[in-house]
Write a protein that binds this ligand. Structure first.
Ligand code: UDX
Length: 446
């Protein structure tokens, strides 16, 4: 099928590349000429395992093309995916200006029936706005061309996005017209073999499904973080509690890992946006606000432990930091816990020696010549001469480090682990003071 994707960000690029890979004829449009020029040369702006190679091979085969020409983009696809950004407004609600700008372009330039698909995470009711915008443009042109607007939220995890797209758990589609439904089914047919993964529903329910899924996952994490904070004060071990509750299939093992808070482009933004939406319809969501508040506080938990350990005086201390991205296998630092920790440390006059397997360039881009930041080429360099080691991202290469080397490198053998990577007893036996989340040593028990 001929398909257009608006937006070559994370979602747009993965969607375009994966649809091309199964044989569709894809044209990706972006207003950023530089980005498009790079993509045409196989340079992709993000780190995502497997993405570069499928972009490259599909560009080569001619199934994946890029353009900045909006007229050509609208003309190309019978399906028009909107996958542009919806950054949070100042008040936390999603900013729809880019989505509506695409809708406007579609209305201005379409000359035949189109199915317009909202792929961006957008508040409930956005499809109606997209619909109205296209209709308005057509009316001002004096044209009567049929179109359908469909909601088709994505459930891609960064670091596993290609795999998630190729092997989806479910494909949620909010659609009304039969022809739109059939065309979407056809587009996704290659990903829908063996058993039917299509879940058709009305448009508003599809829009809410995306938020409900992310809010549920974020709730699980904040719940566990609250339990971890409680475990510290009660002298319990949250990792044992986690296994104890996860074994109940009604609870399950997924997304109950305590840590130093969730980050990324989805959970923080979507929880806030849904809370906003609730407020707008006169419903104060106590739960969503609490999920957000717990996460906000959780991002400072490691810092509090470090400050307590150094008796409130961090001036002149050097903290080694392992992990900068918001989670492993990505270079994304949006809403990353590392940022809160580093900024708190700098504010108290401490220095940070940081290492991440992928996010060094991104850190450089964000913090540039920040005073008190030393970017290190390896995790070993980061610990050299530091007063303590803090870990905020559970990259594989941090899981079984050379503890003797860590001890020799640090001025004091102390580890602050924001992802519970090690067994407290074993690390302590090696001579470390070990602070973790909801286990190990803490400032609440003597
Ligand atoms: C998430 C959703 O999983 C995905 O379905 C949606 O489309 C986009 O948002 P992503 O943001 O890529 O994906 O990351 P995810 O793997 O879900 O992790 C989000 C954050 O939660 C990370 O900071 C991670 O460290 C944290 N997390 C996750 C926990 O703290 N504990 C857990 O048990 C799981």
């Amino acid at each position: 099928m001929k398909i257009t994707i608006f937006g070559t960000g994370y979602v747009g690029l993965v969607t375009g590349a994966c649809l091309a890979d199964v044989g569709h004829d894809i044209l990706c449009m972006d207003v950023d000429a530089n980005k498009i020029a790079n993509l045409e040369n196989g340079i992709i702006p993000i780190y995502e395992p497997g993405l570069e190679s499928i972009v490259e091979s599909n560009v080569k085969s001619g199934r994946l093309k890029f353009t900045t020409d909006v007229e050509r983009a609208v003309d190309h696809g019978e399906l028009q995916f909107i996958a542009v950004g919806t950054p949070p407004d100042e008040d936390g609600s999603a900013d729809l200006q880019y989505v509506l700008a695409v809708a406007k372009s579609i209305g201005q330039h379409m000359n035949s029936y189109k199915v317009v698909i909202d792929k961006s995470t957008v508040p409930v009711g956005t499809a109606d706005k997209v619909n109205a915008m296209i209709a308005e443009q057509l009316a001002s042109r004096g044209e009567q061309i049929d179109f359908d607007v469909v909601s088709n939220p994505e459930f891609l995890k960064e670091g596993a996005a290609v795999n998630d797209f190729m092997k989806p758990d479910r494909i949620v589609v909010g659609a009304e017209g039969d022809s739109a439904k059939e065309m979407i089914r056809e587009a996704y047919a290659p990903f829908n073999r063996n058993h039917d993964r299509m879940v058709f529903m009305d448009i508003r329910s599809a829009e809410l499904t995306k938020y409900a899924a992310n809010a549920m996952l974020a709730t699980k994490i904040s719940f566990m973080n609250e339990m971890a904070n409680l475990a510290e004060r009660l002298g319990a071990d949250i990792e044992q509690v986690r296994k104890g509750i996860g074994s109940d299939p009604r609870i399950g093992y997924h997304f109950i890992y305590p840590g130093c808070g969730y980050g990324g482009s989805c959970f923080p933004k979507d929880v806030q946006a849904l809370a906003r939406t609730a407020g707008q319809v006169g419903y104060e969501s106590v739960l969503l606000n609490a999920v957000e508040a717990v996460n906000y506080a959780q991002k400072s938990v490691l810092f509090d432990k470090i400050k307590h350990y150094f008796n409130g005086d961090l001036a002149g201390k050097t903290i080694a930091l392992w992990g900068l991205s918001f989670k492993p296998n990505t270079d994304d630092m949006r809403e990353a816990s590392s940022r809160v920790l580093m900024e708190s440390l700098w504010a108290e006059g401490a220095k940070v020696q940081a290492f991440d397997p992928e996010a060094m360039e991104e850190t450089q881009r964000i913090y540039g010549d920040q005073d008190g930041l030393v970017l290190c080429g390896t995790k070993e360099q980061a610990i050299k001469g530091a007063d303590a080691l803090a870990i905020v991202t559970e990259w594989k290469e941090f899981r079984s480090p050379d503890f003797e080397l860590i001890k020799d490198s640090l001025a004091e053998p102390v580890i602050f682990d924001g992802r519970n990577l090690y067994e407290p007893v074993l690390v302590e036996r090696k001579g470390f003071t070990y602070y973790a989340i909801g286990r190990g040593k803490n400032q609440f028990q003597s």
